[in-house]
Design a protein around this ligand. Structure first.
Ligand SMILES: Cc1cc2nc3c(=O)[nH]c(=O)nc-3n(C[C@H](O)[C@H](O)[C@H](O)COP(=O)(O)OP(=O)(O)OC[C@H]3O[C@@H](n4cnc5c(N)ncnc54)[C@H](O)[C@@H]3O)c2cc1C
Ligand code: FES
Length: 270
């Protein structure tokens, strides 16, 4: 088996996107590295990000430029707090990309709808750049929590308190698009109850959809078994699954595993 060693790169820029979300940018590795090749990452694939002396956690590539790449983190615990507080030049390790990302988008002639919420927008960002004609629907609790508003000015925003865009949830606009027959392929990443609603609606309308699952990842490449979900390894077989696959995964929208392996309800500890 190939050793999975992180490639260490210095933080070159940090940007506060919202009060709880930060984007960090790193230089592309100067030469081809067997354990880390961001240029080969497809939308929805992920990398393991290592903070020396802290931990290693999964993140998607949220941007890819000519000289640098970025990750976007929702600050919600010890690791993401340390990420937020890194100073320029701080060393960060990367390995990947891993997993199965969004598929079939290259063949779509139109009618693509992307439905995102929270840090799930990071997973949809590269796809939105590759599909500029796709409808991008983003939901957030308030205006200040909307992500990438300048990067994707044509996106349709939904806020729960009505402080920006339409008041309500992006799933309402998806339902309308499905009823009008305007949605022909749907890709989603965000809170699992939202994704479960998206998958239910798409299956009812017989429209193909894919959703990116978040489960606890340790090794990232199919060895430790930590990310097992209804007989599938999320790090290797996912994180993106089709609506048909998710229909055969009873945990989807209901339960997840903690770091200890214990199964809990989705809202446990939230
Ligand atoms: C494939 C994949 C891609 C991801 N991409 C992003 C991203 O681009 N941006 C982003 O903000 N977040 C992303 N996450 C989630 C991110 O890994 C967690 O937010 C992060 O690990 C939290 O660590 P913490 O110490 O700050 O919080 P903690 O307090 O440790 O945990 C907060 C929440 O994060 C979850 N979490 C913690 N550790 C892990 C882990 N090793 N694997 C999966 N979930 C974990 C916990 O279950 C908990 O729900 C992704 C998760 C997966 C599975
Ligand atoms: S995280 Fe180890 S098998 Fe998936």
């Amino acid at each position: 088996m190939q050793p999975q060693l992180p490639v260490v790169l210095p933080l070159v820029e940090k940007r506060r996107d919202t009060p709880r979300v930060v984007s960090l940018f790193f230089p592309l590795p100067g030469r081809a590295e067997p354990c880390f090749d961001p240029l080969s990452a497809g939308p929805g694939q992920f990398m393991m990000v290592w903070l020396p002396g802290v931990d290693e956690k999964p993140f998607v590539l949220s941007s890819l430029g000519r000289n640098r790449f970025g990750i976007t983190a929702l600050v919600r615990g010890p690791f993401t707090t340390r990420l937020r507080d890194l100073a320029p030049g701080a060393p960060v390790g990367f390995r990947g990309p891993y997993g199965r990302g969004f598929r079939g988008w290259q063949e779509q002639a139109g009618g693509v709808v992307l439905v995102g919420g929270g840090c799930g927008m990071a997973s949809l960002a590269l796809l939105a750049e590759k599909l500029p004609r796709a409808a991008l629907l983003q939901g957030a609790p308030t205006a200040e929590e909307l992500l990438y508003t300048e990067r994707f000015p044509r996106q349709v925003s939904f806020t729960e308190d009505g402080s920006a865009g339409r008041k309500g949830l992006p799933t309402e606009a998806l339902r309308e698009a499905l009823e009008r027959g305007e949605a022909r392929a749907v890709y989603t990443c965000g809170p699992e109850p939202m994704m479960a609603a998206v998958v239910r609606m798409c299956r009812k309308a017989a429209v193909p959809c894919q959703a990116s699952l978040e489960r606890y990842i340790k090794c990232g490449f199919g060895v430790c078994g930590q990310c097992e979900c209804d007989g599938r390894l999320v790090c290797r077989d996912g994180p993106v699954f089709s609506g048909e696959e998710l229909a055969e995964m009873p945990s989807f929208g209901r339960t997840r595993r903690l770091a200890s392996g214990r199964k809990v309800g989705l809202d446990f500890g939230s």
